[in-house]
Design a binder for this molecule. Structure first.
Ligand SMILES: NC(=O)c1ccc[n+]([C@@H]2O[C@H](COP(=O)([O-])OP(=O)(O)OC[C@H]3O[C@@H](n4cnc5c(N)ncnc54)[C@H](OP(=O)(O)O)[C@@H]3O)[C@@H](O)[C@H]2O)c1
Length: 256
């Protein structure tokens, strides 16, 4: 299925999607390809990325194995990528990790591991993707995955909440700074979405606890595609006047 002729068409523009091997990032890659984007799928494992690539619409997508916790590798890798494929239009930073841990065991290392992938890698990607010799000259669009946990708190999620609040704040600053170059920067704050990340996080809970959590969502829990459709909307060239915003995609959770 393609969305050719749709107002959200990307016309073959290149979008880098991190976290493309799993969950929300993978769904973003699929949905972007259905809207005519050429996608660079980023994750750590060639095999899972190749598998994700088979679910994309059309040919000509690229796979890039990169461990984002190695921040010093990001700049040279983006530069090599731009030499290989040409100018980039967009970035969707969906790679992320969560370590659920009470404050008493949220050590510097635990919090730093989340900060590195969820925040610093995203900023480092933005820094290099927006270089004048890397990004398309006339317009660009960056999207970051925040979370409703960047807006509201949750027990055991101090470090994770800090990373998601940080990225939403950084989005606003980047949006202001990059507007003069017509580069837009936005974030999405999903609520509970069924993915390998949530399977792991909810694993220790009883079925009653999981069901109580799900009942907090007026529209029920979401799917990766629910988030991916919003990602396409915010990244698309057509939504050229939207920047610095954080869109809750949470089945009504934060409206209560
Ligand atoms: N699921 C939810 O309910 C929910 C809610 C709010 C926000 N979010 C956010 O949405 C984003 C996607 O979450 P998800 O649920 O789709 O998670 P997921 O299924 O666990 O996928 C996480 C992705 O991040 C990649 N990744 C993790 N560490 C990496 C590293 N060091 N280098 C490169 N890639 C790395 C993984 O790639 P590998 O294949 O290399 O492991 C994987 O593709 C995250 O930022 C998360 O915080 C999720």
């Amino acid at each position: 299925m393609t969305a050719k002729g749709c107002f959200l068409d990307f016309g073959g523009k290149w979008v880098v999607v991190t976290g493309a091997s799993s969950g929300i990032g993978r769904a973003c890659a699929v949905e972007l390809s259905r809207h005519g984007a050429r996608v660079v799928l980023v994750g750590r494992n060639d095999a899972t990325l190749d598998d994700a690539r088979t679910s994309l619409n059309g040919d000509g997508h690229e796979v890039l194995a990169l461990d984002l916790s190695d921040l010093s590798a990001i700049g040279p890798t983006v530069a090599r990528l731009a030499k290989q494929v040409g100018r980039l239009y967009g970035l969707c930073h969906a790679a992320g990790i969560v370590v659920t841990s009470p404050l008493s065991t949220s050590t510097v290392d635990v919090v730093q591991s989340m900060m590195t992938v969820n925040v610093q890698a995203g900023l480092e990607l933005a820094r290099h993707v927006t270089r004048r010799n890397v990004m398309e000259p006339d317009a660009g669009s960056l999207l970051f995955l925040s979370s409703i946990y960047g807006r509201v708190g949750a027990a055991g999620e101090t470090g994770y909440c800090a990373t998601k609040g940080a990225i939403a704040a950084a989005v606003r600053a980047m949006a202001i700074e990059l507007a003069r170059r017509n580069i837009r920067v936005n974030s999405i704050s999903p609520g509970l979405v069924k993915t390998p990340m949530t399977d792991k996080a909810l694993g220790p809970l009883t079925s009653e606890q999981v069901s109580a959590l799900e009942q907090k969502y007026p529209l029920g829990p979401g799917t990766p595609s629910d988030v991916a459709r919003a990602a396409v909307f915010l990244l698309a060239p057509a939504t050229a006047w939207i920047t610095g915003t954080d869109l809750a995609v949470d089945g009504g959770y934060s409206a209560q």
